[in-house]
Design a protein around this ligand. Structure first.
Ligand code: ATP
Ligand code: MG
Length: 407
């Protein structure tokens, strides 16, 4: 049997990027031989094994044939006869379809090196169209390598367009889509992921609520970039530049969905967009089965981001309601993430990226003020049950009034 490094490890070494996980392909071996060497089988469908020591993935060289819709609709063929070239041709991009032996000899039948030089994300063969997940993968690689100057080859974008129109994207499971979306959001330029999806028509299928934001104007005085879609991309860009978490980035992407529902007569104003957006945010959350913390923060940011911006003008009672809505006493981290998302929203405006955001410290200070209210003295005064709750609220409100006067 011959063993080769494949995929990302080869690509990233040639790009001079750090290699984290290594995928291997094994040519000329049988399952029995792998098991005899101590490899552990994973997954029922694929002939893939884990190395007994390193835990890295070793896949038997295989060919694939499409036999139905979705990812279940694939037939695999692995045998000692399958060559390295045959295995590489089923891969998504030419830059991912190179292999390397232990002497660093490169096998590059589909000109991956040429495309690395040309900074092009290009599909290997027309079989690209057999797995719609590749649309998301290409957009994700575009987000990752945009900083190096990579773009999607026009003929690949055309294929992605056809795939998006064919209805195949709808066959993707929430789990597979979320895995790509969440990884893409954590790339250096997540806004490029959304841009590429939009360019090929996939955004309209996957997240029509986000797609609908393009072409929707906002008041120029607050939003010099005007377009709500452009604004959303900038907010995402800021979130990445400020190294925000996945939860914050997800909330950034969805915070303004309500603006897509505003009747044109009301443009460029968006009355009550915060509240109107909630059902859309919920729908997107559920469509991709986003993790609970992402779902929760997206809804809270959607509902309260304009409160964040107006923090300094809020009445103490409104501030208190905000803090209560976030359960800031038990969930301080979540409130921090809300503040971060608000700040990214404010910075994601053309020409205002560097403007300071005093609301952030003000909100932190308010949370601290409310938190300093001690429960013990109220217990000692004999408050119990709902009355205790009311007493705590009164004290917190007092603390917030004092805080606002001092600030
Ligand atoms: P990363 O750095 O994100 O791990 P990668 O290229 O190694 O990038 P993996 O998901 O680890 O990506 O997959 C390893 C290789 O398997 C890819 O480089 C590609 O050749 C192939 N591959 C993975 N998923 C697909 C797919 N859906 N369609 C075609 N080829 C795929
Ligand atoms: Mg990999």
């Amino acid at each position: 049997m011959q063993i080769y490094k494949v995929g990302g490890a080869v690509r990233d070494r040639l790009l001079g990027k750090p290699v984290t996980d290594i995928d291997w392909v094994v040519v000329g071996a049988t399952t029995e031989e792998m098991l005899a060497k101590g490899f552990r089988p994973v997954g029922a469908d694929f002939p893939v094994f884990l190395h007994p020591k390193s835990g890295e993935e070793y896949a038997l060289a295989r060919t694939e044939r499409k036999s139905g819709r979705g990812y279940g609709g694939f037939t695999f063929h692995a045998s000692t006869e399958v060559t390295l070239e045959e295995d590489l041709i089923r891969r998504d991009l030419t830059i991912n379809a190179m292999a390397e032996d232990d002497q660093q000899n490169l096998t590059d039948p589909y000109d991956g090196q040429r495309d690395l030089e040309a900074r092009l994300l290009r599909h290997v063969s027309p079989a690209f169209a057999e797995d719609p997940l590749r649309v998301l993968r290409v957009a994700r690689f575009a987000a990752r390598y945009a900083g190096l100057g990579f773009t999607v080859a026009p003929e690949t974008l055309e294929l992605m367009r056809q795939l998006s129109e064919s209805g195949e994207l709808e066959a993707l499971t929430a789990e597979r889509s979320w895995k790509e979306i969440s990884r893409a959001l954590m790339e250096d330029q997540p806004q490029v992921f959304i841009e590429v999806l939009r360019e090929c028509g996939a955004l309209k299928v996957l997240m029509p609520e986000v797609d609908a934001l393009f072409g929707v104007p906002q008041p120029e005085a607050h939003h010099p970039e005007i377009d709500t879609g452009v604004h959303t991309l900038s907010v995402l860009e800021q979130a990445a530049q400020h190294k925000q978490s996945l939860t914050v980035r997800w909330a950034c992407l969805l915070h303004d969905l309500g603006k897509g529902l505003t009747p044109e007569e009301e443009w460029p104003r968006h009355i009550a967009h915060e509240h109107k957006g909630l059902k859309l945010i919920k729908a997107v959350n559920e469509r991709f089965k986003a993790p609970k913390d992402c779902q929760e923060l997206a809804l809270l940011v959607g509902e309260y981001h304009t409160h964040g911006h107006r923090a300094l003008e809020l009445k103490p009672s409104t501030l208190l309601e905000l803090l209560q809505s976030f359960d800031v006493y038990r969930r301080p981290q979540r409130f921090e993430e809300f503040i971060a998302a608000c700040e990214m929203d404010a910075r994601g405006r053309k020409g205002l990226e560097q403007r300071s955001y005093p609301q952030a410290d003000y909100l932190r200070g308010a949370a601290n003020a409310a938190r300093t209210v001690a429960v013990q003295p109220l217990l000692e005064k004999g408050f119990k049950g709902p009355e205790l709750g009311e007493a705590i609220k009164r004290e917190r409100l007092k603390a917030l009034k004092a805080y606002k006067e001092k600030a």
